[in-house]
Write a protein that binds this ligand. Structure first.
Ligand SMILES: Cc1ncc(COP(=O)(O)O)c(C=O)c1O
Length: 391
């Protein structure tokens, strides 16, 4: 029998214990900017790291530390560092690790703002950025020229492309690069990139980790040395996760296994329905056999996740007609919530890109991103059925 506990047991229990002072089962929300010391000697000892404790909440606070600790355990890494948003986590990681003159390789289908970091922001700071097509062969070819950092996202937002993380990480390590994987769409329930060789695993915690659409956050999990560098960058630049969001994220982690299990099942059911519908020309979901990344996803993921995208036969005009007819899915830019959310990719993941940049990234205007919630699959399908009926 495997000694690894089930995903829901891990979600509820891993790295948690009743609070030592209050015996509260729920990790307390510590809402304070600073911490008072009984004397200067104790204060100095905490600043020097000789005694554990917190000094000022931009640097660390107990609720945020509890979320970081749980995330490191769930991802199977030594440490984790938290941020105010997913983009703060990505920016902090890249700026903490890359120096002018160093080379980074990223995949083109990375989340829109991430793509713009690699194409517009990092080059302004002297980082040599190569953005390659989102397939294993293109990444292997780029790695043959060497690099200092390889940035992958799998599955990608919004076309759900899959990269084969294990051999790509091995090839990047052969040239001495750090491997970073954005695993937001998978969560640690569906995929463990560190076990596949990634040095750093990051998330927009705003999405499935939060799951309730009521907090923003970001987290990076990895080895102690790299996490210390990223943490120092965060402390100095200040995009720290606030205590209230950390509290909400800790609340959410307890149901992560349960929610993801339901969202995996809902997405499979919805993708199957859409694949057979005459008004739909193409469904992007790694859980269906026709998807180019299906066999790799089967190998490296436990479930295929709660997001899919699809193209309508009626093109962009049909998107305008069909989406407002949906009654259960909210027209909204978030994903991973208990409520189903839907929107054109041009207004969600790729809103910051120009139409030309979107076209070059393979995100057509008639691409719809549909992120299932935890509703009943039959109801989601009935809702889609009525919205597509007139097409
Ligand atoms: C895959 C992925 N990474 C990063 C981000 C950025 O996260 P945030 O919106 O929390 O800054 C998003 C946001 O949608 C995302 O989908």
């Amino acid at each position: 029998m495997s000694d690894r506990q089930g995903e829901s047991t891990r979600s509820v229990h891993l790295g948690t214990a009743p609070d030592v002072t209050t015996r509260a089962i729920t990790t307390p929300l510590v809402q304070t900017a600073a911490y008072a010391f009984p004397d200067l000697a104790t204060w100095r000892a905490v600043v020097a790291g000789e005694t554990s404790g917190d000094v000022y909440s931009r640097n660390s606070h107990p609720t945020e530390q509890a979320f970081a600790h749980r995330m490191a355990l769930l991802e199977g890494t030594d440490e984790a560092v938290t941020f105010a948003t997913g983009m703060a986590a990505i920016t902090g990681t890249l700026f903490a690790l890359l120096r002018p003159g160093q080379k980074a390789i990223a995949v083109r289908d990375a989340y829109g703002a991430t793509y713009l970091l690699f194409t517009q922001i990092l080059p302004e700071f002297g980082i040599d950025c190569t953005v390659v097509d989102t397939n294993d062969d293109a990444v292997f070819a780029a790695l043959s020229d060497g690099c200092d950092l390889l940035y992958l996202e799998s599955p990608t937002n919004p076309t759900l492309k899959i990269l084969d993380i294990e051999p790509l990480a091995a090839a990047a390590h052969d040239c001495g690069a750090t491997v970073v994987v954005d695993s937001t769409f998978a969560t640690p329930v569906n995929q463990l990139p560190h076990e596949l060789g990634a040095d750093l695993v990051l998330h927009s915690a705003t999405k499935f980790l939060c799951g309730h659409g009521d907090a923003l956050g970001g987290v990076v999990c990895g080895d102690a040395g790299r996490i210390a560098r990223i943490d120092r960058f965060r402390e100095l630049t200040g995009p720290s996760l606030d205590a209230n969001s950390a509290f909400l994220l800790l609340r959410s982690l307890k149901t992560l296994g349960l929610r993801i299990e339901r969202q995996n099942a809902n997405a499979i059911a919805v993708a199957g329905f859409l694949e057979r519908h005459p008004a739909v020309t193409r469904v992007h979901y790694p859980g269906i056999e026709s998807h180019a990344g299906h066999s790799v996803a089967r190998r490296q993921m436990r479930g295929f996740g709660g997001v899919l995208s699809f193209e309508l036969a009626g093109g962009a005009d049909a998107v305008e007609q069909v989406l407002p007819r949906l009654q259960l899915a909210h027209l909204a830019a978030n994903l991973g919530q208990v409520e189903t959310t839907v929107g054109p990719a041009a207004l969600t993941s790729h809103v910051e890109l120009s139409p030309a940049e979107r076209a070059a990234s393979g995100v057509p205007d008639h691409l719809v991103r549909y992120a299932v919630g935890i509703e009943d699959a039959d109801d989601l399908i009935a809702d889609l059925d009525q919205a597509l009926a007139a097409e």
